[in-house]
Design a binder for this molecule. Structure first.
Ligand code: PMT
Length: 394
């Protein structure tokens, strides 16, 4: 399963570093390409040469020394990684990541990667249980980082308790689990809308909104990774299309409607994460409008409500909508759920920092057709995508 996968192993300074040599060796034996980044502290426990021999690749310790035959910067390894494993994850490196500190090769690379990151903490029991460390772990967990609980037993500091680096078998099993993922959406066709629409005023200007497409693309990425056939109907965005996903680009609400209807009949699940303009100029000027007067009156007309139409046409499909609200979140979301004949609506209160438009995280409440509601904590949009898909499958 690991054949050809690029795994970057980050090694921070702790007595458990010697165990990571075995982990790197096991990953190699499973066919992975393993690249090791060490902190200077880690290099005091085991030399980079050891990891170089085991991994078969030069080991990066310093950001500033450039090797003659190995010119790799943090961005290169960050982009290359299919998975990032941090072992041992010390209180120091966990604290740095949780607080956005990137001051060495390891922390900088982790900050720059978009790959899944597994952290295997190992430290003294009191340090591990310190509320500051626990707070950092909980913050990172909510942001989608994966943690492996440390083992219990006698520690290098002479005490007994939780804090041992988990056994290599446990760490390798977690790596496998991340790569294996779930394959529960094989055979399902999922139609996802993403981004905002643009409604032309003239050849230069348009009415738009702040949607980046991040929520819709996160859903598409996770659904594809779980085996679904995924079609994304996307408004203009700077995001790269997730691999294995067909993207149908549109600009306006009416183009989005046509594209969505073309795929609707044979879709099993439709998730409308797009922020569709509710109004568009009644007349699109064919020429650029000149600044001849101090005011400009635009007459706006309603755009087609795509989701409402899907709700009317619904047969076997599961329909999921989103609602971005600044007030009376639950009332407005409930009204949309009912009126648009949805199975679920994802309600984001966009007044909360870290929720809604153009951020990597979201804070939502899930409302269901049967009247029950679930409140979720702040988490990455990818993590939320996984939960939404879990709920649809349930
Ligand atoms: O793209 P990001 O930057 O990651 O931001 C994510 C998001 C905030 C855009 C997303 O999470 C979100 O909330 N999308 C819905 C935005 C919204 O305000 O929707 P709405 O309340 O106007 O519409 C409710 C539902 O009807 C939505 O599923 C929408 O796609 C759909 N709709 C709305 C109007 C319309 N004319 N046609 C529709 O299909």
């Amino acid at each position: 399963m690991l054949r050809g996968k690029n795994i970057v192993v980050g090694v921070a300074g702790g007595i458990a570093v010697y165990k990571v040599v075995d982990i790197v060796s096991r990953l190699k034996k499973q066919g992975a390409n393993v690249y090791v980044i060490m902190t200077h502290a880690a290099a005091n426990f085991v030399t980079p040469l050891t990891f170089r021999e085991i991994s078969g690749h030069p080991v990066v310790v310093d950001m500033w020394t450039e090797s003659t035959n190995w010119n790799v910067e943090h961005i290169a390894l960050a982009n290359l990684a299919d998975l990032f494993l941090l072992a041992p994850a010390t209180a120091n490196i966990i604290g740095k990541i949780a607080n956005g500190i990137a001051d060495d090769m390891l922390s900088t690379t982790i900050m720059a990667t978009k790959a899944s990151v597994i952290l295997a903490p190992a430290m003294n029991t009191n340090m591990y249980l310190n509320p500051i460390v626990q707070g950092n772990i909980s913050k990172l967990t909510q942001l989608g980082y994966h943690f492996i609980e440390p083992g219990c037993g006698s520690l290098a500091c002479g005490t007994e308790g939780i804090g041992r680096l988990p056994e290599p078998e446990v760490i390798i099993a977690k790596v496998m689990e991340i790569f294996k993922g779930k394959n529960d959406l094989v055979g399902k066709k999922i139609l996802i809308t993403a981004g905002g629409t643009q409604e032309a005023i003239d050849p230069v200007r348009y009415i738009g909104n702040r949607s980046s497409g991040k929520m819709g693309y996160a859903l598409a990425k996770v659904a594809a990774a779980r085996g679904a056939e995924v079609i994304v109907v996307s408004g203009p965005t700077h995001l790269l299309p997730p691999s294995g996903v067909i993207v149908n680009y549109v600009e306006s609400a009416s183009q989005m409607r046509d594209a969505v209807l073309a795929h609707y009949a044979d879709s099993d699940i439709v998730i409308k994460a797009a922020a569709v303009a509710d109004y568009r100029p009644q007349i699109k000027s064919t020429d650029k409008i000149k600044k001849n007067s101090t005011t400009l009156n635009l007459v706006l007309e309603k755009t087609p409500d795509i989701l409402f139409e899907l709700g009317q046409l619904k047969k076997h499909q599961i329909l999921v909508g989103f609602a971005a609200e600044t007030q009376q979140l639950l009332d407005h979301a409930q009204e949309k759920l009912t009126r648009k004949n949805l199975d679920m609506i994802v309600a984001n209160d966009i007044t909360m920092p870290g929720a809604g438009f153009n951020v990597d995280t979201n804070i939502v409440k899930l409302l269901y057709r049967d009247g029950h509601m679930e409140e979720l904590p702040k988490m990455s949009k990818e993590q939320l995508a996984g939960i939404i898909l879990d709920k649809i499958r349930a």
